[in-house]
Write a protein that binds this ligand. Structure first.
Ligand SMILES: [Zn+2]
Length: 255
């Protein structure tokens, strides 16, 4: 092991390129933290190997391997369904700059969205994942859910949008803060890879309101917090499923 920089020598750099580089970056970022949990995590990432994978959601190589399985299961479940949608739900009323990442109740966010689907009499399969970004401008962690849904009748979607908008109206800070975003899907595989990326980022302050800003890496302290937090979680904690069950063979519809 070199003195100035730690290296995980178990994984082959060329076979994993981007995730290998990200793993080394994370190991060396964690190495400089005084947080004991960060040190423990650093050692696990340092020892992760093809024979004994750490399986942590903070490990870019383990994620890149597992992501293939997640993507495959969603493709098998939904690739033949027509009129799929890509839906993003943001629970604006519960966001606050006082909430640390460790205090975010992921189950609550998922239950909330599940209630909206149920109360709008939606019976389509919906599957996706919770993601938590940091909004630099408002200094808040923003948990949100990205999902892929089977065809949902337009009247049910409208009903759900109305219910969500009513609750969110008072909490909306700007007109562009949309609690429910619905889009069509052009590439299901690419979208699955995006949904199961487990790479939480910083949303920088906008200098011009007309342009979309590109998300970037979290600042040092927040990056450490996010790694320690995501390492405590499992895929089961973050995955959102509605009328869908996951077992070892993949996803099946709940009739
Ligand atoms: Zn690993």
């Amino acid at each position: 092991m070199r003195k100035d920089r730690y290296f995980n020598e178990n994984w082959d750099e060329l076979s994993h390129k981007i995730s290998w580089r990200e793993l080394m970056l994370r190991i060396n970022v964690l190495r400089h933290s005084k947080n004991i949990e960060a040190t423990h995590l650093m050692h696990r990432l340092l020892n992760c190997s093809p024979d004994e994978r750490c399986g942590s959601l903070a490990c870019p190589i383990c994620i890149s391997i597992d992501r293939k399985k997640f993507t495959k299961s969603v493709m098998e479940l939904l690739s033949k369904s027509p009129n799929k949608s890509f839906i993003t739900y943001v629970p604006y009323p519960i966001l606050s700059s006082d909430i640390r990442i460790y205090d975010i109740n992921i189950k609550y966010v998922k239950d909330k969205f599940r209630c909206y689907l149920k109360n709008s009499n939606i019976t389509s399969c919906v599957v996706g994942c919770v993601e938590i970004d940091y909004d630099f401008e408002t200094k808040r962690w923003v948990p949100h859910i990205h999902v892929i849904s089977e065809d949902i009748p337009i009247s049910n979607l409208k009903d759900m949008r109305k219910k969500i908008n009513t609750k969110h109206l008072s909490a909306r800070l700007e007109a562009k803060a949309i609690p429910l975003n619905i889009k069509g899907i052009y590439c299901l595989k690419g979208l699955c890879n995006y949904i199961y990326k487990f790479m939480w980022q910083n949303k920088p302050k906008k200098s011009n309101r007309n342009y979309k800003v590109k998300k970037n890496r979290l600042s040092y302290d927040l990056f450490i917090d996010h790694l320690v937090f995501i390492d405590r979680l499992t895929m089961r904690d973050l995955e959102f499923r509605f009328r869908v069950r996951r077992n070892k063979d993949g996803l099946t519809k709940i009739p």
